[in-house]
Write a protein that binds this ligand. Structure first.
Ligand SMILES: Cc1ncc(COP(=O)(O)O)c(C=O)c1O
Length: 391
């Protein structure tokens, strides 16, 4: 119920940002004390940690044995760009997008790579495009969980097992929170700072045997900068997938990722991570169901994210405002809660419809989300009162 009475209990951790996300429960800088600082990443100790990060990633995400896992530069964007620039152009490509990150990949392929044979399957914020129209004998690029609309694909059933093209999947806000169907995916990318609450900087690039085959049999017509190069003399550079990174990684970030992976393992691995995100999203879902002023941006419950939950205004007075008015209203709520130290970074993404985006990934404690709910109602009531006073 919305009320002008300020709630008492505050979330113990106000970090609800969709990236970088909250650190795992109990994290402190002590977790980094074994970092191989001041040591070469190519020394035994450094390479060992990078290898361990790859092995633990495989174990927790249940990545099939034949798939390569590499740590690459420039976060998730770096990993996606590497895949696009190294693999595309051999055949036509279907680009599938329903929010700003997916749209960014469309722009790259159309305007930067300038591929001749591109088909676009796009949908606005809140819905998926018609996935039945995709031709998987072509290459396909899509985002598993659209972070800025809170719309995800429900599963990999729309992808045929016997496809001829490659599927390139940006899974950065899905990995470690949603079941990625690796048999249906040839390239999977993500970063460390999302569901595991790691540090920003490094990207993960996972390749199926078919993606490797493409790399070894097809050479793009355009030049590739060194940090994108996955092959040498027509052969995969296997070292990249054994901890021999292309360039220098941060051993501090690596230590932090190892800590996050070990935490993930200690709580029960992937199933436990998914269960935590699901339980968190369910808290918000119940709140939205009884709310008089907020609704899900994602229309179909089957496509609703359990990480980046995006909410828009259903209160008739607020919904009647134009986009700028609604954005100002959202900003009022976000800055009030920020000032109170109750919730940080919960505004919707700059290109998305105005509203709130609340991260529900595995590192967020359910009790913190529960504590946040009365504050949302309170901040709304405050903002609505000022809207009325200004009218
Ligand atoms: C779906 C998606 N793709 C790409 C990115 C960019 O990620 P990074 O900053 O790790 O490059 C983000 C960041 O939020 C994202 O959510």
């Amino acid at each position: 119920m919305t009320t002008l009475t300020k709630p008492g209990l505050r979330p113990a951790n106000p970090n609800f940002s969709s990236g970088p996300c909250a650190k795992r429960p109990g994290w402190s800088v002590e977790a980094l004390k074994a970092a191989a600082l001041g040591r070469s990443h190519r020394a035994k100790i450094g390479k060992g940690k990078l290898e361990q990060a790859i092995e633990l990633t495989r174990e927790i995400l249940k990545v099939p044995a034949g798939y390569r896992i590499g740590i690459v530069p420039a976060s998730d964007t770096g990993a996606v760009e590497m895949a696009l620039w190294s693999l595309l152009g051999e055949r036509g490509v279907d680009m599938v997008a329903w929010e700003s990150f997916g749209s960014g990949w469309v722009t790259d392929v159309v305007k930067q790579l300038k591929l001749a044979d591109v088909r676009k399957f796009e949908a606005g914020y809140g819905v998926l495009p018609d996935l039945t129209q995709i031709d998987f004998d072509r290459d396909v690029v899509f985002t598993w969980n659209g972070t800025t609309s809170g719309v995800r694909v429900p599963n990999g059933d729309f992808i045929p097992a016997d496809r001829k093209g490659l599927t390139i999947c940006d899974a950065t806000s899905a990995a470690f929170a949603q079941r990625l169907d690796f048999d249906k995916l040839d390239v999977v990318t993500f970063s460390w700072q999302k569901v595991l609450g790691g540090e920003g900087a490094h990207g993960m690039l996972i390749l199926s045997p078919r993606a490797v085959e493409r790399l070894e049999t097809y050479k793009p017509a355009w030049p590739l900068p060194k940090i994108f190069r996955l092959t040498s003399g027509g052969k995969l550079i296997e070292g990249i997938f054994k901890g021999e990174t292309i360039n220098t990684p941060s051993m501090l970030c690596v230590e932090d990722y190892l800590d996050a992976l070990q935490w993930a393992k200690s709580i029960g691995g992937l199933e436990a991570l998914i269960a935590r995100a699901d339980a968190n999203a369910a808290v918000l879902d119940r709140f939205v169901a009884r709310s008089s002023w907020l609704g899900h941006l994602a229309v179909d419950p089957a496509t609703r994210s359990n990480t980046s939950v995006c909410l828009s205004f259903t209160d008739p007075d607020v919904a009647a405002l134009d986009a700028d008015g609604q954005a100002a209203f959202a900003k009022g709520i976000v800055s009030t809660l920020d000032r109170e130290g109750v919730a940080y970074d919960i505004g919707s993404y700059r290109d998305a419809p105005p509203g709130l985006r609340i991260w529900c990934g595995a590192t967020v404690e359910t009790s913190d989300l529960e504590a946040l709910l009365p504050w949302l109602d309170w901040a709304f009531a405050m903002q609505k009162a000022s809207l009325k006073a200004a009218a």
